[in-house]
Ligand binder design. Sequence first.
Ligand code: TRP
Length: 320
Amino acid sequence: MTVPALRPALRDVSTDQFLADVIAGLSDNPKHLLPKYFYDEAGSKLFEEITRLPEYYLTRTELKILRDNALAIAAHIPRDSALVELGAGSATKAKILLEAAPQITAYVPVDISAEFLGNEAAKLERDIPRVAVYPVATDFTRSFELPTAVRGRPCIGFFPGSTIGNFEPHEASELLRHAARILGREALFIVGADLAKDSNSLHAAYNDAAGVTAKFNLNLLARINRELGADFNLSAFEHHACYNRERGRIEVYLASRKRQKVHVASKTFDFRAGETIHTENSYKFTIKSFSALARGAGWAPVTVYTDHEEYFAVYVLKQK
Ligand code: TRP
């Protein structure tokens, strides 16, 4: 079953903006690209594959934390609430909360990938008919409005996957403030964030043996070729990910294997051998550092749930 009534609201970010962002990033020194562009349809599928990799402990651990504590989390949620998920992708994690908390009657997945979102929304309406689904296809880092159907209801923000760690600390703080504004005074915010740990486990999670993460990273160049008519030679770039201990983050790059030129629209970009394009950061937090970040952005931590290895943490935040 599809949800035709919702279709007109689903729209992808404009190609013009994508082109402008790509040109700006490749013109900078050092070069960089925005991680939000990883998630076209191919990228979203590759990311799903990442979440099932043996080395990528994040998703598995977060799912276990959510399952083990679903009822405790549900106890914080008021009647007739709307669950608003930022960067929904697949609704697997939201489903755990929706099933544990029957008082949630609406689900608002907010995601940049319209196609993925449409499919997942349809599936969820089929699986949990009690919940009305109102997908919003937008870049949640920009300001957006909640669908009229959920305005005025208690809103539970949901931001799993340690996506918060993909922002610079000042951007993460701004995003938390922005979420507070959108979700309203009485809101709760459930946020999953990766915990700082030994660098071997971290390194392995972003350098899987099967090479799926490399494929995911390189898909960004493939997407630029597909959508912007660029001529990146994918075999002339390689995936690099390393843990920067001082900054407490994994840094992800695409490195040029040789000296080369790449054309995007009317522009030519020169690459030195070994020159990198920075594509992503993934900040790792201690419970203390994350709580401080949340507090600084107007949210008080109510509870923190973690796994027995303390690999990952799920925070329930309340507006101060
Ligand atoms: N939020 C995910 C993370 O920080 C995103 C991610 C996982 C990712 N693997 C990646 C981003 C590889 C870029 C490259 O873990």
